[in-house]
Design a protein around this ligand. Structure first.
Ligand SMILES: *Cc1c(COP(=O)(O)O)cnc(C)c1O
Length: 355
């Protein structure tokens, strides 16, 4: 989280803007929270340049919830295409099978999830209700550097992207997207808020079994207030949107500024890893994630010592996901360049002292 956002939330914790209430104490139907919610929506629309034909929904249930909510709303019980590129898209595909015919149209399993399957080779269905892609595989450290152009690949289906772990770290080409979903907890705010950005024409086709609170049309028609929305999450995400809008790198502002910063952070870390025989990253350089950098020590018997030293240096949460092993540096939006510099300095020193 950006420290400025946490400071502001702390200052407003007991009394939001002279209302005599903290945000957690407000009715979600009162004018104060109404203003917070409207502003948050306007700010993310501006920040991500979301066109007017898209609805922005503040929901609950997280990325895993959306794995069921998306097929319940979009599949019409027919077929949906899945591109499997790592842990998260595999989970999405598995869950969707409960609601529709979920077809695997490409997979990088044979490559150990280290490279993206070339879109030209995807076996897209002629009649898919949507095509699901996870645009940043958080655990495997793979990211689409460009969204697939489904129309150019001969598919008429809308593209659904799970952008949970890189939302707001780079611009989105909305001309290629039908729906984007993401949990807020990686780049935007506390756990508990899920953001769904969905094109108008995709609303209103939900399956009968879809809970009303998870029916995108119901949520959109009620401005995300059909049921009580995660008010605290919306408030904090709103502060983060404002912080992001203020960020500047040279001429660049907002998400473009964040992207420039994220490119610099990722380059610093990958260049260091590639220049060392002591550490390795196995992902194809063309699709390496700017947010999640898995890496391995050549001598894995040193993993515990590496992590213990890192903790002592104030560098936390570096242990890799259990399905991949090794280390993983998640250098999300709010991680400053200085944080990555500190990590590289520690890695260099650890290598030197063990040489
Ligand atoms: C973290 C993450 C999720 C999380 O789902 P939750 O249900 O919010 O835990 C989903 N997709 C991706 C790509 C993620 O990184």
């Amino acid at each position: 989280m950006p420290e400025a956002v946490l400071q502001r939330a702390a200052a407003e914790m007991l009394d939001w803007h002279g209302s005599g209430m903290g945000v957690m104490e407000m009715s979600h139907r009162g004018k104060e929270f109404g203003a917070i919610c409207t502003q948050a929506e306007a700010d993310i629309r501006e920040l991500l340049a979301v066109p007017s034909q898209f609805h922005i929904l503040f929901m609950q249930g997280g990325g895993l919830g959306e794995n069921a909510i998306v097929p319940m709303n979009l599949s019409r019980g027919t077929r949906a295409d899945f591109v499997l590129t790592g842990s998260w898209s595999i989970k999405s595909h598995k869950e969707a099978q409960r609601y529709c015919e979920a077809k695997v149209v490409a997979s990088n399993a044979a490559d150990g999830h280290t490279r993206l399957p070339d879109p030209a080779g995807w076996q897209l269905s002629a009649d898919a209700s949507y095509v699901h892609v996870c645009t940043n595989e958080t655990i495997n450290g793979i990211e689409f550097q460009q969204l697939p152009d489904l129309a150019a690949l001969g598919s008429k289906a809308p593209l659904v992207i799970d952008f949970s772990s890189h939302v707001a770290s780079r611009p989105v080409d909305w001309s290629r997207v039908g729906l984007a979903f993401g949990g807020a907890q990686k780049n935007l705010g506390p756990a508990g808020l899920t953001i769904v950005i969905v094109r108008d024409d995709l609303l209103g086709h939900a399956l009968q079994i879809c809970p009303s609170a998870f029916n995108y049309k119901t949520v959109a028609d009620n401005q995300s207030m059909y049921n009580t929305p995660p008010t605290w999450g919306i408030y904090i995400a709103g502060l983060t949107f404002q912080w992001l809008r203020e960020q500047q790198e040279g001429e660049l502002r907002g998400v473009a500024a964040m992207e420039a910063r994220n490119i610099a952070k990722a380059r610093l870390l990958y260049d260091f890893i590639d220049g060392s025989d002591f550490y390795a990253n196995k992902v194809d350089p063309g699709c390496r994630s700017r947010m999640n950098v898995p890496f391995f020590l050549a001598d894995e018997s040193r993993n515990e010592a590496f992590l213990a030293g890192a903790r002592e240096a104030g560098l936390l949460q570096l242990k890799g996901h259990k399905s991949v092993g090794g280390m993983r540096a998640s250098i999300y939006n709010a991680m400053p360049l200085g944080g990555v510099q500190a990590l590289v300095a520690y890695m260099r020193e650890f290598e030197r002292s063990r040489a």
